[in-house]
Design a binder for this molecule. Structure first.
Ligand SMILES: Cc1ncc(COP(=O)(O)O)c(C=O)c1O
Length: 444
């Protein structure tokens, strides 16, 4: 009998034949694992086994899965107004969400553009900066400056500011805009800034500022570039140099925003304000795709004086009410719950449990900041060889490059976290040369 509901069986053979997964081959796909449901910090796999999620689904699911507050908000919104175009229309979910975003971000950030995904929020930020300088009559200021080892997304403009060596530059070289790169920051989170980094940075500003619309950077944590935490003092210099050389500052908080590394926003560590801020991932608590680009009055004014006089972007699903309702519910949870204590407890426990891994043969570094715990290996890890090993240990952990990392939901229990750190250590300790060869691109 036909049902209006689709089959719930997970047809892995069809998946393998017909469906792309992130950064995979369609002719020689790596294996994927079926997942039936998720609750709290646990995923129930196709075979009924349960694994603890150490990824928060790429750093997004901060409150865990199936949270009743977010589900209720989304169900209510779905039955009231699931979507309507944003051109010429508006609605309470977008307005309520944007009120909160204006309230919780820096005082100077007051204008919100709702985008569909992190990469699009970055595209929007770059277009804002370019139109701003057009409005100021500096028509040549249309390029971006950034640091190496960054990651800002997979669309074309976003790719152009990703790390030029590890990113996709060589593949799409002919089509990518040529941007300006400074060396990656070298001082660790709790170290004073390396003055050589600042000298190198200023040299690039001095040489290119006349062509540069904005400097874009992931504040404090370079995430997909290897989960590196750098000195917040570096950001203070970035802000100073942006002001000195008349360059806008775009902070990409898509990975770091909403408490992941211990502050609501990573820029708070440096006590600076962006001109343009990109948010995504955990914005909706990881329930549905939504991102936002928030800018200052000054940026909005500049755009108004550009030849177009309006900001030239407007996707079909802009301001999707369902996504806005999820985001508002997620933010209301953050604002009413003591996430700071949860993140601090996660950091403490990871510190205690992961520290010993530094003595394992192939471990290069162990580092923790907020709810991010990293074991860096001395060589890239072959994830397809190791994925099943993690599942066998009862956890969902997905290393990339040479890092085994966890970014658990903030609601994880101490027992669940112990299981995650135990699995990381077991795998890191016993990793052999076969498992450290192939490179996994980006965060796939
Ligand atoms: C810092 C940063 N910016 C942008 C993006 C792109 O976001 P999305 O995957 O939603 O397009 C990511 C994704 O990992 C990210 O970490």
């Amino acid at each position: 009998m036909n049902s209006i509901f689709s089959a719930t069986e997970i047809d892995l053979a069809f998946d393998k034949q017909h469906i792309w997964h992130p950064y995979t081959s369609m002719t020689d796909p790596v294996s994927v694992t079926g997942v039936k449901s998720a609750q709290g910090c646990e995923l129930t796999l196709a075979d009924g086994s349960i694994v603890i999620d150490g990824t928060s689904s790429w750093w997004a699911s901060i409150h865990g899965y199936g949270h009743p507050h977010i589900i209720n908000a989304m169900q209510h919104q779905l039955s009231t107004l699931s979507h309507v175009m944003f051109g010429g229309l508006t609605h309470a979910p977008a307005i309520n969400l944007c009120k909160r975003l204006v309230e919780i971000t820096s005082p100077s950030l007051t204008k919100v553009f709702l985008a569909d995904s992190g990469s699009i929020a970055v595209e929007v930020a770059m277009k804002m900066a370019m139109q701003y300088w057009q409005g100021k009559g500096h028509m040549q200021k249309q390029r971006m400056m950034t640091v190496k080892r960054g990651y800002h997304g997979d669309t074309f403009a976003a790719m152009s500011v990703c790390d030029p060596d590890n990113g996709m530059h060589t593949m799409f070289n002919e089509a990518l805009s040529e941007q300006i790169f400074a060396p990656a920051p070298t001082s660790a989170f709790n170290e004073p800034v390396n003055q050589q980094d600042i000298a190198a940075l200023e040299a690039v500003f001095a040489e290119h500022h006349q062509d540069i619309a904005a400097f874009i950077i992931e504040p404090v944590m370079q995430a997909a570039g290897g989960m590196h935490f750098y000195s917040p003092q570096y950001l203070q210099h970035v802000r100073r140099l942006c002001d000195k050389y008349q360059v806008l500052l775009i902070l990409d908080e898509i990975a770091t925003g909403f408490g992941r590394i211990g502050k609501l926003f990573a820029y708070e560590y440096a006590n600076i304000e962006a001109d343009i801020l990109c948010l995504g991932k955990a914005l909706t608590g990881g329930y549905i795709s939504l991102a936002a680009t928030v800018c200052s009055d000054d940026v909005a004014q500049g755009i108004s004086h550009s030849p177009a006089s309006v900001f030239m972007h407007g996707p079909t699903f802009m301001g999707n009410p369902l996504a806005c309702a999820a985001a508002e519910a997620s933010l209301s949870l953050l604002q009413t719950q003591d996430w700071q204590s949860n993140v601090a407890a996660i950091a403490n426990q990871m510190q205690q449990q992961l520290a010993e891994a530094i003595d394992y043969p192939h471990v290069k570094d162990v580092r923790i900041l907020g709810a991010v715990g990293v074991i860096e290996m001395d060589k890239p890890i072959n994830i397809s060889q190791l994925q099943q090993d993690f599942i066998d240990q009862g956890v969902w952990v997905r290393p990339f490059g040479n890092v085994i990392y966890i970014t658990p939901p903030y609601v994880i229990s101490s027992e669940q976290l112990t299981q995650l750190t135990q699995a990381m250590k077991t795998i890191a300790k016993h990793i052999n040369s076969q498992q450290t060869q192939a490179q996994t691109p980006s965060n796939g």
